[in-house]
Design a protein around this ligand. Sequence first.
Ligand code: FMN
Length: 358
Amino acid sequence: MFPIEQIVRLKYKYIAKPLLFRRDPEEVHDRATRVGVVLGKSRVVQSIFRSCFGRKDASLFQTVCGIDFKSPIGLAAGFDKNAELLNILPALGFGYAEVGSVTGESCLGNAKPRLWRIPEEKSLRVYYGLKNDGAEAISARLKGKTFAFPVGVSIAKTNSPATVETEQGIADYMKVAEAFRDIGDYITINTSCPNAFGGEPFSDPVRLEKLLKAYHALHITKPTFLKLAADLTHEHLDQIVELSKTYSIDGFICTNLKKEAGEKGGLSGKSVASLSDDMIAYIYKKVGKKKVIIGCGGIFSGEDAYRKIRKGATLVQLITGMIYEGPQLISEINRDLVKVLKKDGFSHISEAIGKDVL
Ligand SMILES: Cc1cc2nc3c(=O)[nH]c(=O)nc-3n(C[C@H](O)[C@H](O)[C@H](O)COP(=O)(O)O)c2cc1C
């Protein structure tokens, strides 16, 4: 282990985390964002962080759908809701980040409290309800800026009674898609937020097809992924894969939060890890490398990321692991992936993708 990562890991575990975990999770999230914004303004801080955590290895470089990724580890949607952390995240070792989810209108989200820790399950219960500044403000924040890594934009419909009807819901998605037509490197259509008004209407294949048809008609040329709910049946996944072929969707993010009957919100972290792993393997068996699979759910180590890659993920992304393990985790995963690829006789990550499935 590199000494700096070990020092940060120990300091996080024994000093920062016990203090942070005593406070309200949303307050900590907001403060971490404010600190990240300030740190990201300083080129000196960026360069110190980059030298500590930003090392990259050629064995992890990939060009996916025409986009260059220096690391397969991304920040999942929901942490940088308003696209404020894009200067500091690459310096932590992230290979990309997905901002949002961004909705047509700005949205305060659900009533508080709406974020809880479940340490015994290494999970979070999330009931934010798509809090974000909205398509207009967030696209204006990003317009004309360039970043040190690819930026994805997760799009969703506004959490409001006004978007519950299918047509209005689709119009809201299209408003976001239009706003980001020329901003950001890829789009993720999030149809699987368990926390919004009216549930997840676009999980239904008939409505999903209407949504994808409308999106396709916009002729947006950037890569587009679908973020999938964690609890989809194989039959449902088969239908979604077929739709993805018809409407030129480039791939899937597996998965969003895990829903629980009778509970508010959805679970992240270890609670959703095996659902995510199983879905990656199932879809990879069906589509191989014809579609890109992005693994998401319960990545706390290089081993977790590598398992998803061997099941078929080309890229992975996380939030909860970083909250439980500390900000050095991304650098540790990058380093451990390089080691394990070498140990297994692979000279490049692409050789390991799907190895446990086909
Ligand atoms: C605090 C929080 C907020 C989230 N908000 C969103 C969101 O706005 N859009 C989305 O697609 N997923 C959202 N998610 C789900 C994550 O992107 C991810 O799918 C899930 O947490 C599993 O990854 P993890 O175990 O690494 O956290 C959120 C997750 C967390 C923890």
